[in-house]
Design a protein around this ligand. Structure first.
Ligand SMILES: Cc1ncc(COP(=O)(O)O)c(C=O)c1O
Length: 371
């Protein structure tokens, strides 16, 4: 379908695209392919922000002259009450990225080594590498799930931090509680275990459990969460860590004061108390995710079971070529995740966006047109 080019929308939307894809997107725009690229590459929530968050942002505009510290306390109290913890356990950050950076600095400086799965979310590894910390990467197993037995073997004396991501990004797979909890209990006797639960609110599989109870028990465990995914506030940058108060203080030492602004905090406070949006958003994403999985499966493209707002599927051709070919159709898909260079991470958009993805996919992959 040809739509009229809206130059301003294009500039805004393609500015976030990987640099190498921008000329391809611009050319697609010139050909009038799409009014703005479809963003299926960053695991954003296409339904956010909720109306309650939008109202809170509008109300917060008039408070933009004020420092946001009181709102930090309000959000910390809300989170602590829901999790059965105290506000001393809660460390807010400018997205969970800031929490990852604080943790990398707290445990990676002074020669601390870090154990992580591979591939997994790169934030921790990237920050750790920047400060010169040694990172041990443990490949995920054949089922594309974290290999916790192998990670456990790498927990030497020099290791100060283990990073686990559940559900894992880029695979979308979960590690069930029966496997994760024993690992976290044992490993946290030797080092701090960081459990990234960015997609926690999207999970429906009953075998999955949060590791927050281990924080409450006083173990060496940090759990991170974010307002970027199910709450749909990625552009406002709000995330948090839950940890024993002494660990939380250690992280706060590396925090930028007042890094989250008043709009982000007020939006997060509203979104956190809006369960209707969370449930609706989670269910809408899951419904669309299962439809895409079924369509890909019918064409014999295998994906691993996802509990997130993205899927990881075997493309059977190099992802780099595919990414460029899709950009030429005005669609952004996930970047390469070595060593899975013939797999694609695809974020779940709205039904219309996914229909456009399927059309472009069939064209690019030379698959017959279907429903
Ligand atoms: C597993 C995981 N952790 C953390 C993040 C960082 O999210 P944010 O900094 O927006 O909270 C992401 C973002 O995609 C993620 O997938």
């Amino acid at each position: 379908m040809r739509t009229q080019l809206n130059r301003r929308q294009w500039i805004l939307a393609s500015a976030a695209a990987p640099l190498a894809l921008r000329p391809i997107l611009a050319q697609a725009a010139r050909r009038g392919i799409r009014a703005a690229p479809i963003r299926l590459h960053s695991n954003e929530n296409p339904y956010g922000p909720s109306q309650s968050a939008r109202d809170a942002i509008a109300a917060a505009m008039g408070e933009s002259n004020l420092y946001p510290s009181a709102k930090y306390r309000e959000l910390e109290q809300l989170i602590a009450a829901r999790e059965g913890l105290t506000p001393d356990h809660v460390v807010l950050g400018a997205g969970s990225h800031e929490v990852l950076r604080m943790t990398a600095m707290a445990y990676g400086l002074a020669g601390g080594e870090i154990v992580t799965a591979y591939p997994t979310f790169e934030g921790m590894e990237r920050y750790a590498a920047r400060i010169g910390a040694h990172v041990h990467r443990v490949p995920i197993n054949d089922g594309l799930v974290m290999d916790l037995a192998k990670m456990d073997q790498r927990m030497t004396q020099a290791v100060k931090l283990a990073f686990v991501c559940n559900p894992n990004n880029p695979t979308g797979t979960i590690t069930p509680n029966s496997v994760l909890q024993p690992f976290v209990e044992t490993a946290s006797k030797r080092a701090v275990v960081f459990v990234d639960e960015a997609y926690y609110e999207l999970v429906t599989d009953p075998s999955y459990k949060t590791m927050v109870p281990l924080v409450a028990e006083g173990r060496n465990v940090i759990v991170s969460r974010t307002f970027s995914k199910v709450y749909g506030l990625a552009g406002l940058r709000v995330g948090y860590a839950l940890a024993r108060p002494d660990i939380a203080s250690r992280l706060r030492a590396y925090r930028t004061d007042n890094a989250i602004n008043i709009l982000g905090l007020r939006a997060a406070i509203a979104a956190y108390q809006d369960p209707t949006f969370v449930t609706w958003s989670r269910d809408s994403i899951a419904e669309e995710r299962e439809k895409v999985v079924t369509k890909l499966q019918a064409m014999e493209y295998r994906s691993v079971p996802s509990q997130t707002n993205f899927i990881f599927f075997n493309l059977k051709r190099p992802i780099g070529d595919f990414q460029r070919a899709m950009a030429a159709q005005g669609i952004l898909v996930g970047r390469p995740f070595p060593p899975y260079l013939d797999w694609c991470r695809l974020s779940i958009g709205k039904p219309k966006e996914m229909a456009a993805f399927m059309d472009a996919f069939r064209l690019v992959m030379n698959e017959p047109t279907g429903n």
